[in-house]
Design a protein around this ligand. Sequence first.
Ligand SMILES: Cc1cc2nc3c(=O)[nH]c(=O)nc-3n(C[C@H](O)[C@H](O)[C@H](O)COP(=O)(O)OP(=O)(O)OC[C@H]3O[C@@H](n4cnc5c(N)ncnc54)[C@H](O)[C@@H]3O)c2cc1C
Length: 274
Amino acid sequence: MKAPDFDYLRPSTLSDALALLARADGDAMPLAGGQSLMPMMNFRVASPSALVDLADLAELRGIHRDGDFIRIGAMTRYAELATSAEVMSALPLFGMALPHIAHDAIRNRGTLGGTIALGDPAAEMPALALALGARIEVAGPEGTRLIAADDFYLGYYETARATDELIVAIHYPVAKGDDRFGFHELTQRHGDYALAGAVVARTAQGHRVAFFGVADRPLRLPALEQALNANTDAHAALHHLSGIAFTGDVKANAATRKRLAAVALTRALQGMTP
Ligand SMILES: Cc1cc2nc3c(=O)[nH]c(=O)nc-3n(C[C@H](O)[C@H](O)[C@H](O)COP(=O)(O)OP(=O)(O)OC[C@H]3O[C@@H](n4cnc5c(N)ncnc54)[C@H](O)[C@@H]3O)c2cc1C
């Protein structure tokens, strides 16, 4: 199928983009890499009256280290993340997760802001944002605000971003020397969305564990994190997985997903690096 008719708008500044989004009464959508939005429009799952292309917004670009944080512009593509020495050393989890996101063609176009905004429950980057305690910088008519990743994902493809707001950047805490990270996902084929995945960050503050592909949103399980902090045997800690309302679909029913989540977490914990 082809996408329904839409207006194509290409502002050159953030304030112009926000004005266009506001003017369209919530019926316009931002366009980043188009790797999810264009298929959604072709399948008529999304039918915005206008697309506001973010390609020319310098405000949404750049990777900058600022003290203990690294700020990554929303329009940074996966391929740029993977080739950034600064990102790879500050955020070891990115190096573990990026090869699992789709394929080269999609990683050459898809952006960090796009995947964070979309909130696909099976996507890797939203779960990394949760595990790392990232903050999402959002600009709108009222100004700019920072939203903790913990407060960002509200439900199935539902986020705390209003339709007239744009994600400008994502701020991640930089890894410290003793921090350890683990990542594992289970898929039918390499590059597919995960049937279940787990991300673990162990810092001086304790464990943060995020799951993806298992429920209506990426999520953490505080009881499981506390069990790991208390040095509970990882196998025993797995019973906390019953705190998740597992999704069941044609690929895996809820009971299978629970088993896959247990496998993903166990392997993520076993593979903790660096
Ligand atoms: C075959 C295939 C396989 C894939 N496999 C995976 C996978 O395994 N894992 C995975 O995570 N993803 C996968 N993807 C999706 C891919 O990662 C997308 O690139 C990503 O989800 C969206 O990024 P984008 O830049 O393309 O955003 P777009 O498609 O342009 O936009 C996605 C959504 O975010 C909104 N948006 C975009 N940028 C902003 C912004 N700055 N502020 C506010 N809203 C914004 C758009 O309006 C839209 O609603 C796959 C895609 C395809 C086609």
